[in-house]
Design a protein around this ligand. Structure first.
Ligand code: URA
Length: 221
């Protein structure tokens, strides 16, 4: 039997009062996520940084400005997508998320995903990609290759912050967002076609990666 989906405002209330891990002690506020609750695309980043912690909104710093540009490359605006993070609280000094923090926090991301029910999950960087795909394969190998996790199409892309430190990543980021736009448009065209016609299945084209195991059925679907 399917669990009913929890309304986003109820999940947000739980996040706002969360004390599951010590990150709650250092936060100004939680960063639940923002955007279109009926989005076709859920974008998953890593964790709030300083600006996000102060404003309570994901991707508002330098990486966020660049993300807005990249969304434009795919023909998207912020209002079209929902943006969330693996962690809802800022790790001190922007250090990497710890395994126990990911374990405490990701039930919220699971519920957000079930409720938003996107067609695509775009994972930005290693932490989001490894969590969503349950893989140890890194983003350098997986970026730009469409994957599947349960019912969701997953499109891993470098984290936009990576390009702020390493300009050579910009080309890959822009290429991958171009591909994302093409996938979204192809899906729309396919929806408008009679049932007999089909477009190439990019998901199966990358199945040989064999790197992903998907979410546990009972936890996400
Ligand atoms: N980096 C992230 O991964 N998430 C944010 O919200 C901001 C920067």
């Amino acid at each position: 039997m399917h669990k009913p989906h929890i309304p986003l405002d109820q999940i947000k209330a739980e996040v706002d009062s969360c004390h599951r891990c010590p990150l709650c002690e250092g936060r100004t506020q939680t960063v639940f996520g923002a955007g279109n609750p009926n989005a076709r695309v859920l974008i998953v980043g890593e964790a709030p940084g300083k600006n996000e912690d102060l404003q309570g909104v994901p991707f508002v710093g330098a990486a966020g400005k660049y993300l807005d540009e990249l969304l434009g490359v795919a023909g998207l605006k912020r209002e079209d997508v929902f943006i969330a993070n693996v962690l809802k609280c800022r790790p001190p000094g922007n250090r990497d998320p710890r395994i126990e923090e990911i374990e405490c926090c990701t039930p919220y991301l699971r519920e957000q995903t079930r409720t938003i029910d996107p067609e695509y999950i775009v994972t930005l960087g290693n932490f989001a990609t490894k969590f969503i795909l349950k893989t140890e394969v890194g983003i350098t190998r997986l970026h730009g290759k469409l994957q599947q996790a349960g019912k969701f199409k997953v499109f891993p892309i470098f984290h936009p912050a990576a390009a702020l430190y390493d300009g050579s990543k910009r080309v890959a980021l822009e290429d991958d967002f171009t591909t994302l736009g093409e996938l979204l448009r192809a899906g729309r065209e396919q929806d408008a076609q009679p049932a007999a016609s089909s477009t190439p299945d990019a998901v199966s084209a990358t199945a040989e990666e064999g790197a992903h195991r998907g979410f546990e059925q009972e936890s996400l679907l």
